[in-house]
Design a binder for this molecule. Structure first.
Ligand code: ADP
Ligand code: TRP
Length: 328
């Protein structure tokens, strides 16, 4: 067993196709981390139902998210992969944490304010309580580090507040967690290079499982003609170059940089080249995904084993917590 390895916990919501931003901002790091840490990666299905939920679509989205984790290279021999709702300890600990979390702390959460602005007809208690469930997700496994995007850091600070409150009230038990943000990089939208690429605007994204022709079509529509101060590269063009830098070869990058400097660049050629390089970059992952999707039995087995392993750790924590708070 990896008793002395530090622990990593992270969850992703099963909400639609993963795009380049999700890949570089999260998934790719997970794959590296599984080699160095004791890792728990899960699909945050309970978090996802605080948004608009379609019960017809949900099972597909959940399995798709698991298959995505496997396709990008998470190895169930190296890390524990499971579905949050398969382990009741998550919601049970969240309830216990509810009783020590001040309302005021949750009212400050910017994600709650953002989301309740966007889903005005569905401002549910779960949306408000979301960060408390997240704290339970993390503390059940005594995480040391939590890889997340910058938008989640406030939730991790709250996790530490809850851990300290618990320790003060019931005796030292939880230790502090730290966000793990390897590179604060943002992939920008194809349609509006001032904004980040985001699922909420499908035309802005390239998804990691998009077929080559789709990538080509989306890139063909990418914005290049944005205003820029004299002598500066327009934002849309800079965005295309940064995609080439991240997913393409040095040769192609140099070729187009030179053409840009000489004023001979043709953006349609640049876009086609980028489309091709991105399609190549993800070719193996696309293949892996289609193989995994055709073999649901193996995926369910991985989830069963993941839930058994995570469930053991989670129950031990929950038992200790209940003892400390006087539940018998
Ligand atoms: P979206 O905005 O597409 O809904 P999420 O908010 O669900 O994405 O983010 C999931 C993960 O992917 C987070 O870790 C987040 O930081 C990362 N991520 C999302 N969009 C980008 C982006 N454009 N560039 C870099 N990382 C991103
Ligand atoms: N809230 C996270 C997001 O939207 C997902 C998440 C749920 C999570 N529980 C977590 C991330 C625990 C890290 C640790 O991206």
């Amino acid at each position: 067993m990896h008793m002395n390895k530090e622990v990593i916990v992270s969850g992703i919501q099963p909400t639609g196709d993963m795009h380049l931003g999700n890949y570089l901002g999260a998934l790719k790091d997970f794959v590296d981390l599984q080699n160095k840490f004791e890792c728990y990666f899960f699909i945050a299905d309970l978090h996802s139902i605080t948004g608009d939920n379609d019960p017809q679509e949900k099972p597909k989205q959940i399995i798709d998210a698991v298959e995505t984790l496997l396709a990008v290279g998470l190895d169930p021999k190296k890390c524990t992969i499971f579905i949050q709702s398969h382990i009741p300890a998550h919601t049970e600990l969240a309830w216990i944490f509810n009783t020590i979390t001040p309302m005021g702390e949750l009212e400050r959460m910017t994600q709650y304010k953002d989301k309740s602005g966007k889903q005005k007809n569905n401002i549910n208690v779960g949306l408000f309580d979301y960060p408390v469930l997240q704290a339970a997700d993390i503390l059940l496994y005594h995480a040391n580090f939590v890889p997340v995007g910058a938008d989640q850091v406030q939730h991790l600070e709250l996790t530490n507040v809850i851990a300290r409150k618990f320790n003060n009230k019931y005796g030292e038990y939880f230790h502090e967690i730290k966000p793990y943000i390897q590179k604060p990089l943002r992939i920008m939208s194809l349609t509006n290079p001032e904004r980040k690429m985001s699922k909420s605007e499908p035309a802005s994204t390239i998804n990691i499982f998009d077929e080559p022709e789709i990538i080509k079509k989306k890139l063909a529509k990418a914005v290049t003609a944005t205003d820029a101060p004299q002598g500066q590269m327009p934002k849309g063009v800079a965005n295309l170059f940064s995609l080439l830098e991240m997913f393409g070869s040095m040769n192609t990058l140099h070729k187009f940089k030179k053409e840009y400097d000489h004023g001979t660049i043709k953006y349609s050629e640049l876009k086609n080249a980028i489309a091709e390089e991105i399609a190549n970059y993800f070719a193996e992952i696309r293949q892996a995904k289609s193989k995994i999707s055709g073999n649901k039995k193996d995926t369910y087995l991985i989830l069963e084993q993941g839930a058994a392993k995570a469930g053991n750790v989670a129950s031990r924590t929950l038992r200790a917590v209940k003892e400390k708070i006087g539940l018998i």
